[in-house]
Design a protein around this ligand. Structure first.
Ligand code: C2E
Ligand code: MG
Ligand code: MG
Length: 238
């Protein structure tokens, strides 16, 4: 799914999201199978497969001189507990001859409270390797404010929950404060789940840097993204 500059709508990066197309059940959303894989310990097999596929895509773009934007991957706390994620990603970057800025690492807010020390150490190492780290689903957990002030990540993703209902004054004020605090701490802010022009206009007004949501683009198969990027060449960096 593309992520856009709020002001211009230009595609600035994208997020790799898994889909299971089952011959029996048809389309199965990740919300149905990811928690199951996280519980039975198989999530790391899926995630490492996806990370490899993402790096292959980036390498293909690079070698065919296609238009390139960084791609976000989702990292579960179970991955962090099972393998050395920074080393794993570093090996992929080396294998595919990429630079670390092309891979963005998304870790959900809940991971920070679930396993404090190891998550923080992992972020430290990711930064040492040159990766950019995003805090996903910010505001969906309980310990948000303290986590924000710890200034652990480079980009804050405000959870789509805030944008599910029409924005009232209370929510607007909370979102505006989150953006201000994040900017004070030198973090960029991305709002997810943006479906309406009203939300987008409000986010522009308060200086939110990026948006991700159906207003601009829904998640799409990679070949559709290639078609899109060809038709909107002026948007993206070579
Ligand atoms: P996420 O990482 O927060 O991804 C964003 C979710 O918001 C995606 O749901 C996306 O389809 C949805 N979304 C984006 N824009 C809009 C919008 O405007 N309206 C609405 N209603 N939804 C929007 P999706 O694809 O169902 O994925 C759900 C979650 O599953 C993801 O949330 C992520 O935490 C997890 N996930 C997906 N793929 C993977 C994966 O390969 N590995 C891991 N570990 N987790 C994954
Ligand atoms: Mg994510
Ligand atoms: Mg999210």
């Amino acid at each position: 799914q593309p992520k856009c500059n709020s002001e211009t709508g230009a595609i600035v990066s994208m997020e790799a999201l898994s889909r299971w197309i089952s011959p029996v059940r048809g389309f199965v959303a990740p919300g149905e199978f990811i928690p199951f894989l996280e519980n039975n310990g198989m999530i790391t097999s899926l995630d490492t497969y996806i990370w490899d596929a993402v790096c292959q895509t980036l390498s293909y773009w690079k070698h065919d001189h296609l238009y390139v934007v960084p791609i976000s991957i989702n990292v579960s706390v179970a991955d962090i507990e099972t393998i050395n994620v920074p080393e794993y990603l570093q090996d992929l970057i080396t294998k595919y001859d990429l630079s670390p800025e092309m891979l963005l690492v998304e870790i959900t807010e809940t991971a920070f409270s679930e396993n404090n020390i190891i998550v923080r150490e992992t972020i430290d190492q990711l930064h040492q390797h040159g990766f950019c780290v995003l805090m996903d689903d910010f505001g969906s957990g309980y310990s948000s404010f303290n986590i924000l002030l710890e200034n652990l990540v480079d980009i804050l993703k405000i959870d789509k929950m805030f944008f599910e209902k029409p924005l009232d004054d209370k929510n607007k004020s909370i979102i505006q404060h989150i953006v201000e605090i994040a900017h004070t701490l030198n973090m960029q802010v991305l709002a997810e789940g943006i479906e309406t022009k009203e939300c987008l206009d409000f986010l522009k007004e308060i200086g939110c840097d990026m948006v991700q949501g159906y207003y601009y683009y829904k998640p799409m198969p990679l070949h559709d993204f290639h078609k899109l990027i060809k038709s909107r060449k002026s948007d993206v960096k070579a």
